[in-house]
Ligand binder design. Structure first.
Ligand code: NDP
Length: 322
């Protein structure tokens, strides 16, 4: 079969479109024909060596497709079922060996290319607003990269819960996208210091929570945008890793709470994964949540997709079609 293989860490060019043997499954796996694989920023950290990987490997944690074969110990899935998944390496491929505990049924009414977009970023936005900081009516949230994959979902989910979003973006097109997704205010953080604007927009008070997936370039301003006892949810580092940090700063800025959450810890069991995925799918089916496809690339063009993502060209979700 065809798959993307990474044999050495590096730039997008190390994503090699290759012929590899079909995967074999264990007793707890499903063999799945991939309809679409989701691209996520974490794929770039793994490819470049920011996150250590055992080489060679096939990237891609997310996708949706059709079950070809069922491991002997697996219950609840049959050949021909359509499934979606997250956190299963090897998804940039025509066929993937999928740990059945990471699979959910793709609901009828949602196309596989849509289901593939919903899992990693959708469940991330869901856990951020339910389990990291519970967004309620009246919550004010600062969302960085508000027109990105996770960003557009956060904008929609926070507003659906009665919260107010202040989003940051780097282009006018992204500002329009974030506004359409529900952001009440959008700041061009490439043109102005976002922190004084956030203070101004909140009457000097600051926001209840910052969802910061940008990291190095926004971290300090994010802390300074919070109201006393506000929460800083640092969930990514698209601009680079945050440097060493003195906890005393949290005291001086108003007894702030800092957390660095990871999806893995919020889908610890199959039940938790099913619950979070079902909430995301239900919101999609009811029309409350829209996936914005920012780009669909043939599997062979994975390198181009990574290049576009890292160059900040994309808005919404990128997928690969084998
Ligand atoms: P995005 O689609 O949001 O792409 C990243 C965005 O970050 C860019 O579009 C850009 O938006 C912004 N950005 C700001 N500075 C830079 C920079 N120097 N280089 C590149 N991009 C920059 O990606 P995802 O939705 O896939 O992920 C968003 C973040 O969430 C990532 O940090 C990712 O690692 C994290 N994440 C964390 C998870 C977790 O559980 N902890 C799970 C899923 C994602 P703009 O041009 O508007 O500035």
């Amino acid at each position: 079969m065809k798959a993307i293989v990474v044999s050495q860490s590096g730039g997008p060019e190390v994503l090699q479109f290759s012929d590899v043997p079909d995967p074999t499954i264990t007793h707890s796996d499903l063999l799945v024909k991939v309809a679409a694989a989701g691209i996520n920023y974490i794929d770039t950290y793994q490819r470049s060596g920011v996150y250590a990987m055992t080489l060679p490997y096939t990237p891609g944690l997310e996708g949706a497709g059709t079950v070809l074969e069922v491991g002997s110990d697996v219950t609840g899935f049959a050949v021909g079922d359509t499934v979606a998944w997250t956190s299963n390496l090897g998804s940039y491929a025509e066929v993937v060996a999928l740990d059945a505990s990471k699979a959910v049924r793709a609901p009828s009414g949602i196309e596989l290319t849509q289901a593939a977009q919903a899992m990693l970023q959708g469940i991330t936005a869901q856990y951020l607003i339910t389990s990291v900081f519970e967004v309620k009516p009246g919550t004010t949230a600062l969302v960085h990269a508000a027109a990105g994959g996770v960003g557009l979902l956060l904008c929609q989910m926070i507003t659906a819960r009665g919260g107010t979003v202040i989003g940051t973006v780097s282009t006018e097109a992204k500002a329009t996208a974030a506004g359409a997704a529900g952001a009440a205010h959008v700041i061009r953080y490439d043109q102005e210091d976002f922190m004084p604007r956030v203070r101004e927009l909140t009457g000097g008070i600051g926001v209840d929570v910052v969802y910061d997936g940008v990291g190095a370039s926004t971290f300090d301003g994010s802390l300074r945008s919070l109201k006393p006892r506000g929460m800083m949810a640092l969930f990514g580092q698209a601009s680079g890793a945050v440097g060493p940090f003195d906890p005393q700063i949290l005291n001086s800025l108003g007894s702030l709470v800092l957390t660095r959450p990871s999806l893995t810890n919020f889908i610890q069991t199959s039940e938790e994964l099913q619950w979070r995925a079902s909430e995301v799918f239900a919101a999609m089916l009811s029309g409350d949540l829209t996936m914005t496809l920012g780009g669909s690339y043939p599997l062979a063009e994975a390198a181009q997709a990574h290049q576009d993502l890292e160059a900040r060209k994309s808005s919404g979700k990128l997928i690969l079609i084998p």
